[in-house]
Design a protein around this ligand. Structure first.
Ligand code: NDP
Length: 609
C-alpha cells in the first residue's frame, strides 16, 4: 500500500489522472524554460527609456532644494503614504515625500490602463478607511478610485504640503560628520534628512521582451503602465475611440493584460493577443457596496476584516470567512484548512507526504474547474484549448475576471497562441509569431515588471552608507536586513516593502505593519534622544539565518512550475523568485514577531547612538 493511500481513499474516485496531469504540467513547463531566465528581458534604459516617460503630466519647473527635513520618504505610493500617516499620528511633523510621478498613488498613479482594477477586496485593500471615513464603491475597486484615495490620504495627513513631485532620486549618501543623509535628485537638489524611508514599491520598473527588432516597429507602442490615452482615446473605463480603425496587438496575458483586453476587444478594429502562457481566470463576481452593511460597521472593523482575510489566505482556519471570495476559497482549499478537515476524518494527523499529496490533488481539481470554465465560455474549441492553463494554481498569480474569456468570442479578436515560445521578433510593420507576420498599427507591451534584478537597479540609484559602502555591495550576494527594515552600515535608513518582510496577498496590510513598526522605532529614538539607529551586524546575521532556514518552503513546488516572476523565470526553484526574499514563516508569524519585539521594549538588535 502506498504511503498516501489513506488520502486517496478519502478523496474517493477521481475523474482525472493525477499522473497524466503531472506529466502534462512538467511538459508545459519544459517548453517554456529558457536558459537566459531573467536576462530574456530588456531594461527600459537608453533607447528604451521613453517607455517610462510620464504620459499623464507636463513637467513643472522648480528651484533646487538644499534644506533639511527630519524624515524623507522616497515613494508616494501606499508604502510611503502609510509611513507618512503613521509617523504623523506619532507626532512627526517635518516629513517630505519625494516622488517621481506628479502625484501620489504609486502603482495606481502609473497603471491607468482601461479596466485596471484591484483584485483584492477593497474593504481590506484600501488603507486607512476608518481614519478617513471613506467607503469604496465596489467590493473590487477600479483604479481611478484607488488613485483618488491615495491623494485623499496625502491630503488628510498633510503629506502633500512639503512633497517634491516629479523628482527622481539619483544618489543617497550618508554623511558621517553630521549624521545625515544627503539626497541628490535629477532636479539638482542636495537635501539633508535625518531619516530616510525607502518606499519604492515591489513592481515599479516595467520590462520589455528582449526580442530581435524590439526597436524596429514603426507603429505606435507603449507599456501598459504608461497608457497613452492621447492615442487610444477613451479613459480607464474604456471607450477607446482612437482604436476603431486600428489593428492593435498586445503582448502578454498576465494579470494586467486580462483586465485591459476586454476594452481593447470592444474598441479596436482588430485585436491580436500574443500569448506565451495563459493565466488562470476564475470568477470575479464584483458587486456594489451594500450601504446598509457599511452603516452597520463598528469601530475597528477594518483591522478585524484585514486580519480575518490575512489569516485565511495564510492557511489558518477561522470560524468566519468575512471576505469570502476567490482568494479565500482557493487558499482554504489548497492549504492547511483542507488538511485539517482530512485529518479530522482520518482521526489522526496527516504525514508530510499525505499532506503534500492532498494539496496536489485538490490543486488538480481546482485547476480542472478553471480549465472547464475556459471551455464553457469560449466558443471556438481551439481557442478555448489554448486558453487553458496547465500548471498548479500558485505557479502564477491567480486572476479573476468575468469578461476576459468572453472577449475571444468576438469576431475582431484573435488569440495568437505561441505554444510557450513567445513572440519571435518585431519588424517595421508588426509582430512575428509562429513564423507569421501580423501587421499592426499599435503594439502594447503587457509584459510586466522587473522582479529579480538588483534592488538598486530597480530603485534607479545606489545608497552609499557608512565608510562609503554601497548597498549594491552589501547586498551583492542577496538581501541582508533585520526584519526587512534595517541594514547594517546604513543607519537611519529603513526599507519598506517586500525586502525580507511579510508575504501577504493584501500588500497594504504588510505595509501598514511596517509603518507602525517604524513609527514605534522613531518615537523610541526620539524619547531616547538618539541621533542614529542602526541594525547590529549580529542581529542582521541572525535574521538572515532565520530567513534562510525558512526559505526552503515552496522550493520543490516552484521548481515544478511553469516559468514566471514567481519562480525567477523557472531557473532555480524559488530562488530569485518573488517570494524568495520574503519571510518564509508566513505573514501571521512575521507580524507577531514585530509585535513581540516591540512589546519587549528594548529595541533588540538595534544600536542607538
Ligand atoms: P506579468 O509579469 O504577470 O505578465 C507578463 C506577461 O507577458 C506574461 O503573460 C508573459 O508570459 C508575457 N510575456 C513576456 N515576454 C513575452 C514574450 N517574449 N512573448 C510573449 N509573451 C511574453 O505582468 P503583469 O503586468 O500582467 O502583472 C504583474 C503583477 O502586477 C501581477 O502579477 C500582480 O501582482 C500585479 N497586478 C495586480 C493586479 C491586481 O488586481 N491587484 C492587476 C494587475 C497586475 P509568460 O507567462 O509566459 O511569462
Amino acid at each position: 500500500m502506498s504511503d498516501v493511500q489513506a488520502v486517496d481513499d478519502l478523496m474517493g474516485e477521481l475523474d482525472f489522472s493525477p499522473t497524466a496531469l503531472k506529466s502534462k504540467y512538467l511538459e508545459e513547463r519544459d517548453k517554456r524554460i529558457r536558459e537566459e531566465g531573467n536576462d530574456q528581458y530588456t531594461e527600459v534604459t537608453a533607447e528604451f527609456s521613453h517607455y517610462v516617460d510620464d504620459p499623464y503630466a507636463e513637467a513643472v519647473e522648480r528651484e533646487p532644494l538644499f534644506d533639511e527635513v527630519e524624515v524623507a520618504i522616497i515613494g508616494g505610493g501606499f508604502g510611503g503614504l502609510l509611513v507618512g500617516a503613521r509617523l504623523r499620528e506619532a507626532g512627526f511633523e517635518d516629513i517630505r515625500v519625494i516622488e517621481k510621478a506628479s502625484d501620489f498613488g504609486g502603482t495606481w498613479y502609473w497603471n491607468r490602463y482601461p479596466g485596471a482594477q484591484c483584485d483584492v477586496e477593497a474593504y481590506c485593500y484600501f488603507p486607512l478607511l476608518e481614519e478617513l471615513g471613506y467607503m469604496p464603491k465596489h467590493k473590487y475597486s477600479f483604479a481611478p478610485e484607488i488613485f483618488e484615495h491615495s491623494k485623499r490620504i496625502a491630503r488628510h495627513y498633510d503629506l502633500d504640503k512639503n512633497a517634491c513631485m516629479q523628482t527622481c532620486v539619483t544618489e543617497l549618501k550618508w554623511d558621517d560628520s553630521i549624521d545625515r543623509w544627503i539626497i541628490k535628485t535629477d532636479r539638482g537638489d542636495a537635501m539633508k534628512a535625518k531619516y530616510v524611508a525607502m518606499a519604492n514599491g515591489p513592481l515599479n520598473r516595467p520590462k520589455l521582451p528582449g526580442i530581435p527588432g524590439i526597436n524596429k516597429f514603426k507603429g505606435f507602442t507603449f507599456h501598459t503602465s504608461r497608457w497613452n490615452y492621447a492615442y487610444t482615446g477613451g479613459d480607464a473605463s474604456g471607450n477607446l475611440t482612437g482604436l476603431k480603425d486600428k489593428r492593435v496587438g498586445i503582448i502578454g496575458t498576465g494579470a494586467t493584460a486580462i483586465q485591459c483586453i476586454p476594452h481593447l476587444g470592444e474598441s479596436a478594429e482588430q485585436l491580436f493577443v500574443f500569448q506565451r502562457t495563459p493565466s488562470s481566470i476564475d470568477v470575479r463576481n464584483n458587486s456594489e457596496t451594500d450601504q446598509q452593511w457599511a452603516e452597520s460597521l463598528q469601530p475597528g472593523w477594518q483591522k478585524e476584516r484585514m486580519e480575518n482575510f490575512n489569516a485565511l489566505v495564510s492557511g489558518a482556519d477561522r470560524d468566519v470567512d468575512m471576505v469570502s471570495d476567490g482568494w479565500t476559497e482557493i487558499i482554504r482549499n489548497l492549504t492547511g484548512i483542507v488538511a485539517k478537515q482530512a485529518s479530522k476524518s482520518l482521526g489522526r494527523r496527516l504525514t508530510k507526504a499525505e499532506r503534500a499529496h492532498l494539496m496536489e490533488l485538490t490543486d488538480y481539481k481546482k485547476m480542472n474547474q478553471i480549465r472547464e470554465r475556459a471551455e464553457a465560455i469560449v466558443n471556438d474549441p481551439q481557442t478555448a484549448e489554448a486558453l487553458k492553463p496547465w500548471y498548479r494554481q500558485f505557479c502564477k498569480r491567480p486572476c479573476f475576471h468575468d469578461e476576459y474569456l468572453q472577449t475571444y468570442n468576438r469576431d475582431n479578436v484573435t488569440l495568437v497562441d505561441t505554444n510557450g515560445k513567445g513572440v519571435e521578433r518585431l519588424t517595421e510593420n508588426g509582430v512575428v509569431a509562429n513564423g507569421k507576420e501580423y501587421e499592426l498599427d499599435c503594439l502594447i507591451f503587457a509584459t510586466g515588471f522587473e522582479v529579480a534584478t538588483s534592488y538598486t537597479r530597480r530603485a534607479g540609484y545606489d545608497i552609499i552608507g557608512k565608510h562609503g559602502q554601497t548597498l549594491s555591495d552589501h547586498w551583492a550576494d542577496g538581501l541582508r536586513t533585520l526584519h526587512g527594515l534595517h541594514s547594517h552600515g546604513f543607519p537611519n535608513c529603513f526599507f519598506i516593502g517586500i525586502t525580507q518582510g511579510a508575504n501577504t496577498v493584501n500588500l497594504p496590510h504588510a505595509l501598514d505593519e511596517q509603518a507602525n513598526q517604524l513609527a514605534y522605532i522613531l518615537s523610541e529614538a526620539r524619547a531616547r534622544d538618539a541621533s542614529t539607529i542602526e541594525a547590529s551586524a549580529e542581529a542582521e546575521q541572525q535574521y538572515l539565518d532565520e530567513i534562510k532556514r525558512l526559505a526552503n518552503i515552496g522550493q520543490r513546488f516552484y521548481s515544478e512550475c511553469t516559468p514566471g516572476y514567481y519562480n525567477g523565470e523557472g531557473t532555480s526553484g524559488n530562488s530569485g523568485g518573488f517570494f524568495s526574499n520574503m519571510y518564509g514563516g508566513g505573514s501571521i508569524r512575521f507580524f507577531k514577531l514585530l509585535e513581540s519585539w516591540r512589546s519587549d521594549g528594548d529595541l533588540k538588535g538595534l544600536e542607538l547612538k
